[in-house]
Design a binder for this molecule. Structure first.
Ligand code: NAG
Ligand code: NAG
Length: 236
């Protein structure tokens, strides 16, 4: 029996699709980091400028992003104050349609790639996760350079096994229910065969820290693709 205890919840890149057939690493490798930072959000206005200590979360995130070898770094915004805060990187003025309160991120990314034909891969980074580490992003770039079509972050944990700390995927074993008009229905299990913990591998939980995605996936309207292999996940 292993001596296993959960130390700290961390977040890393772990999930991606299989390799592309017609991908050329010499020509198709402009990786553009993109932060979508709208001004007028209904929830918390200018939430990207919220401060931790003396620095805005946008400043903290950009500081990390600038330590990583991206081909270009962009903030896409519709707001003057965010424009000023992004003084050290490129700014893309976001179109009105893509910057409404209910516009999903994919619209912001599509708006960006329309005027940036050079971007082969878009690394969408959320600055509402200011605890992002540069090596998460470096790991993701590494997978992209191996030909991955998309890389996104899910929660992971550090555990101690035999007194050695190892990084491992955090798997959720929650049995989830959906409320419907008629009552409730199980979402991820069968009530006649309720799984015990040892019966399944649990679920991976996206943490929204980043999404690296190839242009071809974005133009189809997606930030992710679902093809991936377990072997790849284990290697991270
Ligand atoms: C934060 O900024 C203010 C004004 O610029 C300064 O007086 C203060 O020392 C700063 N605090 C920290 C923790 O850097
Ligand atoms: C973050 O803010 C500090 C203090 O104002 C500034 O010196 C630094 O250049 C900023 N970093 C970025 C990436 O904008």
């Amino acid at each position: 029996m292993y001596n296993v205890c959960i130390l700290q919840i961390l977040t890393v890149a772990v999930s991606f699709s299989c390799k592309l057939q017609n991908w050329n690493p010499l020509t198709d490798n402009h990786v553009a980091a993109l932060i979508l930072a709208r001004g007028g959000s209904k929830g918390i206005p200018l939430k990207n400028l919220v401060k931790i200590g003396n620095r805005s979360i946008l400043n903290i995130t950009l500081n990390t992003v600038l330590q990583v070898d991206f081909s270009s770094v962009w903030v896409s915004t519709d707001n003057e104050r965010i424009f000023k805060e992004a003084a050290y990187v490129n700014v893309h003025w976001r179109s009105k349609e893509s910057a409404t309160d209910d516009a999903p991120s994919i619209l912001g990314v599509l708006d960006f790639i329309r005027s940036h034909p050079e971007a082969d891969v878009i690394a969408l980074i959320q600055c509402t996760s200011p605890f992002i580490k540069k090596w998460y992003l470096m790991e993701a770039i590494w997978w992209i350079n191996q030909g991955a079509e998309c890389v996104f972050s899910v929660s992971s944990v550090y555990i101690i096994k035999h007194f050695v700390t190892v990084k491992s995927l955090h798997r959720s074993f929650h049995l989830r229910w959906l409320e419907t008009e008629e009552g409730v229905q199980p979402l991820n299990f069968n009530i006649e065969k309720r799984p015990r913990r040892q019966d399944w591998n649990g679920e991976l939980v996206e943490n929204g820290m980043f999404y690296f995605v190839r242009r071809s996936v974005v133009t189809r309207g997606f930030l992710q693709s679902t093809r991936y292999t377990e072997a790849n996940v284990k290697n991270v």
